[in-house]
Write a protein that binds this ligand. Sequence first.
Ligand code: BG6
Length: 514
Amino acid sequence: MTEITQEILNGAFPEDFLWGGATAANQIEGAWDEDGRGPAISDYAPLWDHEAREGLDIHSMPPLNGVSRQSLQDRMEHPERYDFPKRRGIDFYHTYEQDLELMAEMGFKVFRMSISWSRIFPNGDDPEPNEAGLAFYDRVFDKCRELGIEPMVTLSHFDMPLHLGMEYDGFMSRHTVDAFATYCETVFKRYKGKVKYWMTFNEINHVYANLCTCNGVIWDEPEGGGNPYAGRWNDKFQAAHNMLVASAKACILCHQIDPDAVIGNMLCRLENYAESSKPEDQLQVLFEDHFNWFFTDVQAFGEYPYYIKRFFRDYGVDIKMEPDDLETLKEGTIDYVSISYYMTYIMRYKGKESPEPSGSLLTQIKNPHLEMTEWGWPIDPVGLRITLNHIYDRYHLPIFISENGSGIAIEPDENGRVHDDAHIEYMKGHVEQMHQAILDGVDVFGYAWWGPIDLVSSGTSEMYKRYGQIHVDLDDYGRGSGKRTRAKSFHYYKKLIGSRGRDLENNVPDDFEI
Ligand code: BG6
């Protein structure tokens, strides 16, 4: 619980506040087949570049990561037809020292990253781990510690070994739950004392959006065509249940193996507003909120919430459980809540007393009061304060903002400088509202900007959408020198961290150092 001191009343953040940034292995590491790493489903996520998107409604884009078995097979049999940027990332596997040094220069206290499961167990379920993979993360964590940066590690960030997806349908199978537990046990033992903050599954609620990199479920296309995902609520919730059990097992193992470490969840937080004052619109907010809270409710309270039972009844969901699953869920609860927060959503009544989750993580109805990013994501800093209050009120657990940021199309000017004022304005607004939430009494213990270094987009696999305070000279096709330079927001974030959040003015001189 944060003590509200005079300094905090005057605008500072707590002294031990964890400022930093967040990444994911499949979006930065590259080296997809080096040193014994096995293939992951994300290695088959093709590029959807901005030219291909030209003129298309962003909302109509197919979920690139949520592939059917048939399209995955096509990608495997005809790799020459595709470009797979996640295989090369930004080459962090080889550049991690320099990249972490730049983050330390900004004053980072925390670096959120993920372990690539198939770097440790190439097939996901091998009898022995891959020593070269384990050694890589030793080097990364040691470097973090040397620089005074706390590593915060996601066990699975849209990361499923291909073998477990193809052979077992990922988390549809209990085999994957067991393999995940073995993987967790291995990394908890190996990195005990080096890693104090863990989290289980990134944005676990992507299960609704058919993201097979998240749950590893590879769907067969129905005979005669059509949408392979539509209406398969039983399968989706079976996979979700298995992931929740796997998450609980990870919490139990973490607590047993390293009592000094803590472990949290990770929810893509969807804060919803009603479109109008019509009670039915408000009811729709309640429905969508339930679908969003569902995962964290199970992970924090250790049991299935009352409201999901009606959905299961109405949609014929009948989850198969092992005899001790409910006990595992009860025992394996999280120590803190972590969220990604990018935007808010507008809800309009859909005319159903018991609706399905929308399944979309893109907002469908425009909020006339908010500006949007080029990628159609509404910018809503006040929504962050609202959502932090809602979460704290519900769980009374410390909160870590494990992702917040804004992807923009920006390139260096003729002098090599990236004037990314849009990143600065986005950060300023959200940090201000986070401070308000702390004054409200919410226990927020850290903030990680998504993509402190430019990385491959999760949704589209492009580089063109840039988040970084550190610019990386690589384009969508991996062309470029790979050189890292300091963007304007690098200097802004550095002085913001240095002032413990007090100095929010965007007054970085135009001739900043790169
Ligand atoms: C979150 C993911 O959903 O959003 C990240 O956890 C992702 O992996 C981020 O990169 C931004 O999305 P995108 O598609 O712009 O990379």
